[in-house]
Design a protein around this ligand. Structure first.
Ligand code: HEC
Ligand SMILES: [Cu+2]
Length: 481
């Protein structure tokens, strides 16, 4: 009888415990908007692979985040220069660490030397565009908006200014962590790693300053796939480190713009993975998927010394395109766990040009030229919507301070050969259109002579322009001059 009472007692206590638990949880997730904030605090921002101090037991605060956008030249790999567009001067951008209930006051400033307008879409924001609509900012200006962190997790942020893919491809992404109340469990080491794919005019390894290649980006033919913005950002002297017996937490993000990452550490098993950066915890995982525009938190204890290689297990990306990092672990060997010899540098990047197969010439499909003015206008409209619309807008009205208008444009109408040249070769430097100054960059448009003729004919015959007809021959003349 006594035994039965005891069992009953335990069952009742357990039931009470379970119900109170689930009530608490509900409170947590539905009431985070109501968490009060006490005082103000300036957020610590860090560049990769470092992360700011854990939130620990601190209360929710008004958290001031000041982030500056910088467009600057960097090195994609030895001898290959690239103009990165960055949040805070690094790729990925500065790591932001918050807790649930924080009221984040976010100021985004666009350095006066920058060429383009930008904005920020934080996946941790509940609100239109994730902040993008409130943060669109021209060079030399700043914008402030605020949001409350409602959901814990690891989130991507990125620029969402048209052409969105181009801004992301140039490095405009990073991570923002929202810790639960009381913080994540303590670990010994934390690091920040983010994958991205890059598209250059030249092949992988071709030296010099390499411009972004829109066509390769559209085709998803990445020349480089890297961790933390460049080949070698996490290898050799840049490797992340730990000691035997330490617990490690990696905040892993993927900026894309295109590729999904199969994140894996050679010689380790993830003890825990916060799947997709959310609450679901999986255990004993070999490889975890990190979607483009997504993240994961992986945790493991290092038990033996050696160099552990971080890869995107889509393996040509690792050994031939750069998606390879290193974790160097020092300490006592643990023969019970691993008895073999430990050699460093078994896995070395192989580089691009080693096992190239002989190629046959690319087959170029014959263009079908437009047979009438109507057809030219129809084809031209399609090209416009695919290639020009993102910047110059649907009615050719442009965007003030950023993209000049094509509607009623005195610059366009004054000189047809100059307009052809702009589309064929791109344009940078100061120009004046309808009395307004623009000093920005238009990338060279990788379209055929027929398409240049069609799109310009479409533009000239719309929105109050001078109704010129541009022929393929005129385009070829400009190309050959
Ligand atoms: C990435 C954004 C972008 C795209 C895409 C783009 N342009 Fe431009 N375009 C610009 C910018 C910026 C300038 C001004 C450059 C400067 O300040 O030197 C410009 C200037 C021009 C001009 C001369 C100025 C004017 O307003 O008349 C023409 C003509 C033009 N673009 C046509 C096109 C056409 C046609 C396409 C599509 C085939 C296109 N552009 C695609 C950004 C873009
Ligand atoms: Cu941008």
């Amino acid at each position: 009888m006594k035994k039965l009472n005891l069992v009953l007692g335990i069952v009742i206590v357990a039931m009470l415990y379970l119900t109170s638990c689930s009530n608490d949880e509900k409170k947590e997730s539905s009431d985070t908007a109501g968490i009060p904030v006490s005082r103000e605090m300036i957020a610590e921002l860090t560049s990769p692979p470092n992360v700011p101090t854990p939130i620990g037991r601190r209360k929710a605060k008004k958290l001031i985040v000041n982030m500056e956008i910088l467009e600057e030249e960097g090195e994609l790999t030895d001898g290959v220069k690239y103009v990165y567009w960055t949040f805070g001067g690094s790729v990925p951008g500065s790591f932001i660490r918050t807790r649930v209930g924080d009221e984040v006051e976010f100021t985004l400033s666009n350095h006066p030397d920058n060429k383009l307008p930008h904005n920020i879409d934080l996946h941790a924001v509940t609100g239109p565009g994730g902040g993008a609509e409130s943060s669109f900012v021209a060079p030399g200006h700043e914008k402030t908006f605020s949001f409350k962190t409602l959901n814990p997790g690891l989130y991507v942020y990125h620029c969402a200014t048209a052409p969105v893919g181009m801004h992301i491809a140039n490095g405009m992404y990073g991570l923002i962590l929202v810790e639960p109340a009381g913080g994540l469990p303590k670990v010994d080491k934390e690091y920040y790693i983010m994958q991205g794919d890059f598209y250059t005019k030249g092949k992988n390894g071709e030296r010099g300053l390499q411009p972004f290649d829109m066509q390769k980006a559209v085709d998803e033919h990445a020349d480089y796939v890297v961790f933390n913005g460049s080949v070698g950002a996490l290898t050799g002297d840049n490797a992340i480190t730990a000691k035997v017996g330490e617990t490690i937490r990696l905040f892993v993000g993927n900026g894309g713009p295109n590729l999904v990452s199969s994140f894996h550490v050679i010689g380790e098993i993830f003890d825990k993975v916060h799947v997709e950066g959310g609450d679901l915890i999986n255990e004993n995982v070999q490889t975890t998927l990190v979607p483009a525009g997504g993240a994961a938190i992986v945790e493991f204890r290092v038990d033996v010394p050696g160099t552990f290689i971080l890869v995107d297990h889509s393996i040509f990306r690792a050994f031939n395109k750069g998606a390879l990092g290193m974790l160097k672990v020092e300490g006592e060997e643990a023969k019970k766990i691993y008895s073999g010899e430990i050699r460093e540098g078994i896995y070395l990047p192989e580089g691009p040009g080693i096992q190239e197969m002989p190629t046959t010439d690319e087959i170029v499909e014959a263009e079908i030229p437009a047979k009438s003015l109507d057809e030219q206008l129809e084809f031209g409209k399609q090209i416009y919507m695919q290639n020009c619309f993102a910047c110059h807008q649907a009615e050719g009205q442009g965007i003030p301070n950023a993209f000049p208008p094509l509607a009623n444009s005195d610059y366009l109408n004054a000189d047809v050969n100059r307009a052809i040249d702009v589309v064929v070769n791109g344009l940078s430097g100061e120009i004046t259109v309808n009395g307004e100054k623009y000093n920005s960059v238009m990338t060279k448009q990788m379209i055929s002579s027929d398409d240049v003729a069609n799109v310009l004919t479409y533009v000239y015959n719309n929105w109050g322009n001078s109704k010129k007809v541009v022929t393929k021959q005129m385009v070829e003349n400009v190309k050959n001059k």
